[in-house]
Write a protein that binds this ligand. Structure first.
Ligand SMILES: [Zn+2]
Length: 64
C-alpha cells in the first residue's frame, strides 16, 4: 500500500499492517505528520497533522 506525502510528494511505502488503520504516519523525507485512515487496504482520507520541514530547508539553502 502506498501513500503520497501531502507535504513533499514522496511516495511512502506502507506495509500491510496499515490495511486497516486510523492514526498518524510520519514522512521519512520531510518529517511531516499525516493523519491517515485506511479500510480494507484502501486509503479513505489523508490530512496534514504537522507540515514538513523540506520547504523551509530549501529556502535556507537558496539564500546561501
Ligand atoms: Zn514528505
Amino acid at each position: 500500500m502506498r501513500l503520497n506525502c501531502l507535504s513533499c510528494g514522496y511516495t511512502i511505502d506502507m506495509d500491510n499492517a496499515y490495511g486497516d488503520y486510523d492514526g498518524q504516519i510520519k514522512c521519512v523525507i520531510c518529517k511531516a505528520v499525516l493523519n491517515i485512515k485506511t479500510e480494507e487496504g484502501e486509503l479513505k482520507s489523508t490530512t496534514v497533522a504537522k507540515a514538513g520541514q523540506l520547504n523551509s530547508e530549501k529556502s535556507i539553502f537558496s539564500r546561501a
